[in-house]
Structures are given as C-alpha cells and as structure tokens.
Design a binder for this molecule. Structure first.
Ligand SMILES: Cc1cc2nc3c(=O)[nH]c(=O)nc-3n(C[C@H](O)[C@H](O)[C@H](O)COP(=O)(O)OP(=O)(O)OC[C@H]3O[C@@H](n4cnc5c(N)ncnc54)[C@H](O)[C@@H]3O)c2cc1C
Length: 296
C-alpha cells in the first residue's frame, strides 16, 4: 500500500469540490464527476494520477478541517477522529476543461451484495449515495509533472504489462489512453461481473483480458496470477505496472520477477487496498514504521 503517512502538499493543493453528476458504470462501479471553483488550477498528470479525497463524517454536510495550510497533516491527525474528514486515495480517471471538471470511478465493494453491505467502507458507501451538490475536499496536483504519477516506463521499453482489479481500472484506462500509437500492451483486469467490463479507448496495440471473479471463491482465488502463469508473453524488454489488492499484487510481482525474470526496477507495484484493513489501518502502520525508523 502506498498511502503515504504524510502526503506532501506541494505540488498538491486543496480544492473544495462538489458532485456535478453521477453515472453507474456497472454493478460494481460508479463514475462521479466533480466540479468546483478554481478547478482550472488542478492539473492532472494523466495515467495513474493519484490524489486524496476527504469525505465529511456522516453527521456533516462538508468536510471540517482544522487547517488546510502546509501543516494540514499534523492538524488533521490531531483532530477528533469522529470530526475530522475521512481521507482516502483515488485516481483521476479523466479531467476536462470548459467547464472544469474531473471524473473519479469508485469501486462499490459490498454494495452489490446486500448481505455484505456493512463491509463496504465510508468511501464506497459515500459513492453509492452521492448526489449532485454533495461537497468534498480533495488534495490534488497543481502541476502536470508531480509525484502522484507512478506509470513511468523507461526509455528502451519494448512492451507494457498491466494488471489490476476494479480499483486499478481507472488507472489502467488512463494509462491505455496515454500510450503512444502501436505500443504493445498486455492487460489483465479482474472484475466482479461480466457487465463491469468497460470500453478502454487506446491507440496502443493492446490486448485486454477481462477476468470475472467466481462469486463462490469469495476472495480466495487469484485470477490474475493464474492467467499470467498460463500466458505467452512477448519477447523484448517489458515494463510492468501492477495494482489492486495488496496480497495479489505481491504475488504477481513475485511471479514476474522470480519466474519470468523481469528486472525488479521495471515492475511498478502498488497495493491499492488490503483485505481486512481500512485506509486508517494502513496509515497507522506506516506512521508507526516511520516513527520506529526515526528511533533507530
Ligand atoms: C494510489 C491509489 C489509487 C486508488 N484509486 C482508486 C480508484 O480510482 N477507484 C477505487 O475504487 N479505488 C481506488 N483505490 C482504492 C481505495 O482507496 C480503497 O479501496 C479504499 O480502501 C476504499 O475506501 P473505503 O472507505 O471504501 O474502505 P475502507 O474503509 O478503506 O475499508 C473497509 C473494508 O473494505 C475492504 N476494501 C477496501 N477496498 C475494497 C475493494 N475494492 N474490494 C473489496 N474490499 C475492499 C478493506 O479491506 C476493509 O476491510 C486507490 C488506492 C490507492 C492507494
């Protein structure tokens, strides 16, 4: 998981945004389009551009911050956890000018299964119920070349490998739309339902493999790893980008580096979520690890 314990503010900036409209993309995904003042100053680097979303608590109409200046992270941590905004990591799926707006695609974990609805987290639950006018705050890039873009294939790359689940689908879509014409790309995407598949426009020479989870496997299967093991991969120098559930991401990375001989520097891997852990749990782990490292 790369939720940073203390995300840097520059070249990121806070923007107050509101929901312009929502569109259900399939059983497991909803696209929320945000608008707001000064959004012309938000500059996405495209590809897998990450940003931080701050949700109001259930009893609030808008996120309540003690401070959104340079010391925001310390102030946010010091706030009462029942009052401070809920912080989550997401991807800018697409940004458009005139009018200035951007889309975020939310995976609705638990939302399509009433029995599991309680297992969805605050962000997923917020997205299910989002309505035009709902207010949020985001910490988003103000310059195109920013540290929130990880997909950076080095010169000399012959082909691209992408894998992910629904949470990584917005980033994979952004990467595919960014690739140069003719770039060879092999893509594996795990989704919950056949109708979660999306059109993924690209000029690349991309082969997209959709892997629909078996509901009976309930988090036990490893569809991407199984498909990769069986795949014939192209010759030449690869660059891999892997995201999704942290355990699955590690297993795919291990396969590519250990069994396929990929150069570990050419494998960008990111746990976008971890089974059984909220983003608060992951941030707490990172904060504790940073404090322990500081004591050594
Ligand atoms: C850089 C980055 C970019 C991301 N971009 C996107 C994006 O564009 N769209 C998107 O939907 N997600 C994205 N994610 C993942 C998202 O931040 C997590 O899924 C997050 O945990 C959702 O918050 P929540 O409040 O719904 O659940 P939390 O409160 O964080 O977690 C509650 C419970 O739900 C489980 N859980 C969390 N996510 C899932 C899931 N997808 N499926 C099943 N169980 C889950 C957790 O393990 C936990 O048990 C991204 C993550 C990172 C690090």
């Amino acid at each position: 998981m790369t939720a940073t314990a203390a995300p840097t503010a520059a070249p990121f900036r806070f923007f107050d945004v509101q929901v312009a409209r929502t569109r259900r993309l399939g059983p497991s995904m909803v696209r929320i389009t945000f608008t707001g003042e000064r959004l012309d100053e938000l500059v996405s680097g495209g590809r897998d551009q990450r940003f931080k979303l701050f949700l109001p608590q259930a009893h609030q109409a808008a996120p309540v911050f003690a401070d959104t200046g340079d010391g925001w992270y310390t102030a946010w941590r010091a706030q009462d956890p029942t009052e401070r905004p809920i912080m989550r990591s997401y991807t800018i799926r697409e940004q458009r000018p005139d009018p200035s707006e951007f889309d975020v695609d939310f995976a609705l974990h638990g939302a399509d299964d009433p029995a599991a609805a309680a297992s969805g987290g605050p962000a997923s639950r917020w997205a299910v119920g989002a309505r035009a006018g709902d207010r949020l705050t985001v910490l988003a890039p103000a310059v195109e070349d920013n540290g929130g873009v990880d997909f950076r294939p080095p010169p000399g790359t012959d082909w691209i490998l992408l894998t992910g689940d629904e949470t990584a689908l917005p980033a994979i879509a952004g990467i595919l739309s960014w690739l140069s014409p003719g770039t060879v790309a092999k893509v594996w995407i795990e989704v919950g339902h056949e109708s979660d598949r999306q059109a993924l426009p690209t000029f690349a020479d991309a082969e997209v493999n959709w892997l629909v989870r078996d509901p009976a496997a309930a988090g036990q299967g490893a569809p991407v790893l199984d498909a990769l093991r069986a795949a014939d991969l192209p010759a030449g120098t690869p660059y891999a980008w892997i995201a999704g559930e942290a355990g699955g991401v590690k297993a795919v990375r291990r396969h590519l580096v250990g069994e396929r001989g990929f150069d570990r520097r050419a494998v960008k891997f990111t746990g976008y979520w971890r089974r059984g852990a909220t983003e608060e749990d992951l941030i707490a782990e990172l904060t504790a690890a940073a404090a322990a490292a500081g004591r050594e």
